[in-house]
Design a protein. Structure first.
Lengths: 246, 336
């Protein structure tokens, strides 16, 4: 059997990022193509987890726990990918009547995760939201190109398959898949080692304890006529405070 | 020829991606500090008083914390223009304690040249800045600009600004500030440091329990949520300063964004904008230039210092007057 030669890992990713249809076809025909796709999905998951890691910092997670949580998040990404690949394969084969093995479809779909390797750019201060939008569009185009090349179907069928696939994944997440996602969240919270009680919305109204100030300047910080010292802010954990303007 | 052009483009592409990666990773310093990874220490690098600056007076009426532009690497300024400006300010605002040895581009006052891993790199960058190549020296400016972007970002801003507020409070305590005296604090900030000032001011206000004002000297800042909590913001600008228009990168600064904090603060009378004349942002003809002169023969730096001093006097006078709600208001050339 003839296998088209697979370029280096870096070149494969660059071609996938430039939405080159031939690389998606090549990766699904090459024996190691699936593993390359799996590596891309895992690294993309890691990058995405890093991009969303602000919440972990807000909740003061320790460095070792932080690394474990990232790894768990990246691994759980693989399950999401498997579901996505299966739905695309199912629609392609059952609705549009294409004959393609699941593994080959999964290889092309996996490589389509390449734009998400840049997901950690969402962390860029002030410009992060712009990156997020750009990445979403890029990923959408990549999945359409991958489905078209991977299942050898015309572009309109690829768009329909991707759209139906997205709809199916959303439905799954909100119905039958809920217990599974809840379990994943439980595992992530356990790995974090402390309750992840604060979200991004809370960051404006929480206060970090100022332990250094209170130990260095106790006499200045003591109120003039008794009462409660400023140092009463708990030495660990958070002092909560509502923002003055809601 | 085409190959050379492609090589140059490839190099520029790599450089650009490198800068983007650096920008994306820059919030980890703030987030790591917030999570307690780097401890709670607020680092100190006090600069001895020269008799004018950093001197506590017996009849002190207010405190000024000067937050310098993006060129700094530590709590000590290396800019001759900044020093001249502060000395002028110390002369005209004689009852004000002027503190300039804080490094607002770090959540714990840790200077770049004392960082545990990158100290050597920043020392080298500082050498580049002072002796060339100047382009490489701009790495310091770029790093500090990332901190400004962190300050304005809704995700990191509350963390970063709390850290800086603690650093500023620590600076005040080092110069005998007594929180129970409720003495007004003025954050005088130039260029991008104005964003850090408006971000940190509300948190500083919680710590000092006294009025906190921001005086922006050609400042670039966004529509920060903290603007409404500041007692008043005085924005001094020059008609030739193109950099202040960078503030418009934040849509909240546009007049059309009626519900933005900037426009709400303006409607509430918390903002005074004062034109200093035909001054530009930096270098010759800038706010701190001691060679360029106004039509009346007054050096620019002197006019800037006098205006800042007038702002301080006005704010204190209005605060002590019977109608505290009128603190602020418009400052006109005639009043200065």
């Amino acid at each position: 059997m003839f296998f088209a030669e697979l370029p280096s890992f870096g070149q494969t990713i660059l071609q996938a990022l430039s939405l080159e249809p031939s690389i998606y076809a090549t990766v699904q025909r090459h024996p190691s193509g699936f593993w390359v796709a799996l590596a891309v999905v895992f690294l993309a998951g890691l990058s995405e987890a890093l991009g969303q890691s602000v919440v972990l910092f807000i909740n003061q997670i320790r460095p070792k726990r932080f690394a474990i949580t990232l790894l768990i998040s990246a691994t759980s990404h693989l399950f999401g990918y498997a579901l996505w690949a299966f739905i695309v394969w199912f629609i392609g084969v059952r609705i549009f009547g294409h004959s393609q093995s699941f593994l080959m479809t999964a290889s092309a779909v996996g490589l389509a995760y390449a734009p998400r390797l840049a997901a950690f750019f969402v962390l860029t201060p002030f410009l992060g939201n712009g990156f997020s939008l750009l990445l979403s569009l890029w990923s959408l185009l990549a999945i359409v190109v991958a489905v078209s090349a991977g299942l050898d179907m015309p572009m309109w069928q690829a768009v329909a398959t991707s759209g139906l696939g997205w709809f199916a994944v959303q439905t799954w997440q909100r119905t039958l898949g809920r217990p599974i996602y809840a379990m994943r969240n439980r595992i992530e919270k356990r790995a974090a080692g402390r309750p992840l009680q604060f979200t991004l919305k809370d960051v404006a109204r929480i206060r970090r304890p100022h332990s250094a100030l209170w130990t260095q300047w106790p006499e200045q910080l003591e109120p003039p006529s008794g009462g409660k010292a400023r140092g009463a802010i708990p030495p660990s954990g958070y002092a909560r405070k509502e923002t003055p303007n809601g | 020829m085409v190959d050379t052009l492609l090589n140059v483009l490839w190099f520029l592409g790599i450089f650009f991606v490198g800068i983007l990666i650096w920008a994306a990773l820059s919030p980890f310093e703030t987030m790591g500090w917030w999570a307690g990874w780097f401890g709670d220490t607020i680092y100190e690098e006090p600069v001895p008083s020269d008799g004018l600056l950093r001197r506590v007076h017996s009849d002190t009426t207010s405190y000024v914390l000067f937050l310098s532009g993006v060129g700094r690497t530590s709590s000590e300024t290396l800019s001759h223009r900044e020093r001249v400006f502060l000395e002028h300010l110390a002369h005209v605002a004689a009852k004000t304690v002027i503190i300039d040895d804080v490094f607002p581009y770090s959540v714990n006052n840790l200077s770049l040249t004392a960082q545990p891993i990158f100290a050597r790199f920043w020392r080298r960058a500082l050498q580049w800045k002072q002796h060339g190549p100047r382009f490489a020296g701009n790495l310091i400016n770029l790093r500090n600009i990332f901190q400004i972007l962190i300050s304005i970002d809704k995700r990191y801003g509350p963390m970063y600004n709390q850290g800086v507020a603690e650093v500023l409070f620590h600076g005040l305590l080092r110069y005998d500030y007594r929180p129970e005296c409720e003495m007004p604090v003025f954050l005088v900030a130039s260029s991008g440091a104005a964003q850090i000032a408006v971000g940190a001011a509300p948190y500083l206000k919680e710590l000092v329990n006294a009025p906190v004002y921001v005086v922006s000297v050609g400042g670039v800042f966004g529509s920060d949520p903290g603007l409404l909590d500041i007692d008043h913001i005085y924005h001094l600008y020059g008609s030739k300063d193109a950099a202040v228009r960078w503030s418009n990168l934040d849509a909240g600064r546009w007049p059309i964004s009626a519900s933005s904090t900037w426009n709400r603060a303006k409607r509430q009378g918390k903002v005074s904008e004062v034109c200093l004349g035909a001054m530009c942002h930096s270098g010759r003809g800038s706010y701190l230039d001691f060679r360029a002169k106004t039509a009346t023969g007054q050096p620019y730096v002197e006019k800037t210092a006098q205006t800042v001093s007038a702002v301080i006097d006005k704010a204190i006078a209005l605060r002590t007057s019977l109608e505290p709600s009128t603190v602020g208001g418009e400052i006109t050339e005639a009043q200065i």
